[in-house]
Ligand binder design. Structure first.
Ligand SMILES: [Zn+2]
Length: 158
């Protein structure tokens, strides 16, 4: 990358990080969850080195900015986050119709595939809290369009 391209990219990543932090502050979040891309192999097309780099940069930025606000950053396994239906839990490769599109084979729910991934990451994070001594078990997960709770699934905001 040229110097200009990499500056542009860093600016973009800063903006995305700021947006994530802003949303976390708006909803009084204690945690921001990311999926751990270390073991990511299920994505199609496979995550390239560049995406890995950009993800790492973004995570570093968010961690740095979040620390100043007393917000923790957590990670969950990325396994099946793009294949699991957030509505009914059905997990299948066939749920992923296209790269950008998710349609559940079982319940028919259709959603943006990235949004499905984000819901599953959050769900996995709050769910993990139920099975451990961490306090996240009774918490809610803030998403732009609603919240995810460990037991009730996704609830759209008003
Ligand atoms: Zn479903």
């Amino acid at each position: 990358m040229s110097g200009r391209e990499s500056r542009y990219l860093r600016d973009e990543l800063h903006q995305v990080a700021n947006q994530i932090l802003e949303e976390a502050r708006t909803h009084n979040c204690e945690y921001i969850a990311f999926e751990n891309l270390k073991h990511i192999r299920e994505r199609a097309p496979p995550v390239k080195e560049f995406h890995r780099w950009a993800h790492r940069q973004l995570v570093d930025l968010v961690e740095y900015k979040a620390e100043a606000d007393g917000i923790s950053v957590g990670f969950v396994d990325s396994k099946n986050t793009s294949r699991r239906c957030p509505e009914c839990g059905h997990t299948s490769e066939g749920n992923r119709v296209r790269q950008a599109e998710f349609e559940c084979e079982s319940c028919g729910a259709t959603q943006n595939a990235d949004y499905v991934g984000a819901k599953n990451v959050g769900w996995r994070f709050v769910r993990r809290g139920l099975q451990s001594s961490r306090r996240t078990g009774d918490s809610q997960l803030a998403l732009k369009s609603g919240t995810v709770t460990p037991n009730r699934g996704f609830v759209p905001s008003d």
